[in-house]
Design a protein around this ligand. Sequence first.
Ligand SMILES: O=C(O)c1ccccc1NCC(=O)[C@H](O)[C@H](O)COP(=O)(O)O
Length: 255
Amino acid sequence: MAAILEEIISHKRIEIKSLDTQQIIRNRKPVSFRERLEASDTMAVIGEVKRASPSRGDININIKPEGQAAKYVSGGVDAISVLTDKNYFKGSMRDLEAVKCAVGVPVLNKDFIIDERQIDRAYLYGADVILLIVAALDDAALKRLYDYAGTYGLESIVEVHTEAEMERALAIGPELIGVNNRDLKTFEVDVANTERLLAKYGDASTHFIAESGIKTEADAERMRDAGASALLVGETLMRAAQPDATIRSLKVPRR
Ligand SMILES: O=C(O)c1ccccc1NCC(=O)[C@H](O)[C@H](O)COP(=O)(O)O
């Protein structure tokens, strides 16, 4: 595991000790990102609320998440990702809740999930989708957490960066796989990683989401041509003067 991921996960182990295991009333039906993606004739875009990151430091820390989310929606975003980790990304579950209250599109709880209680919390705060990072989980935990999210009707994006992780992800038959272009060992970002992995695995019956380092319409076209049907975009939108216009430019027609 990359050193930064190891460090984040060891903080998560401490964080989850104080998570409440209260009984959760399952009376909310999550909004499906997969259905929206399948109905779209353009590249789907997940806009991310990302105040800061380990690789970039502060990006836009004083942002109002609900205001940023509203700009994303006016650009036609298909889902909104909210980074809720506090220590490394300066986010919170309150950010996610604020976004959920402000928009109707699916909301992704972007965090480092290693325990069922984090999934309970994601549902409780209004998430529709969660992220499971293959590099942070063994096979048994990956399957267990994937299935557990499904009991709430939450969709999971199963994130990979390497071929070995792709093999492990495909073994559980997920509907959504995120291909991260960021190497967490070096922080190097290269959209060619999606091209490389999808040249080998692009025929699998799943939806591929290209994550990280996407800036321009040309990047979106490259990701589409590689076989991705969605993009996850953080820093570019957080720094954009007009995020709505940037989103429109990334929603390139599907082939
Ligand atoms: O962004 C980081 O520095 C980072 C470091 C360690 C673990 C995860 C990290 N990023 C999470 C993400 O996956 C990105 O926020 C997401 O893919 C958007 O990336 P970008 O468009 O490049 O901001």
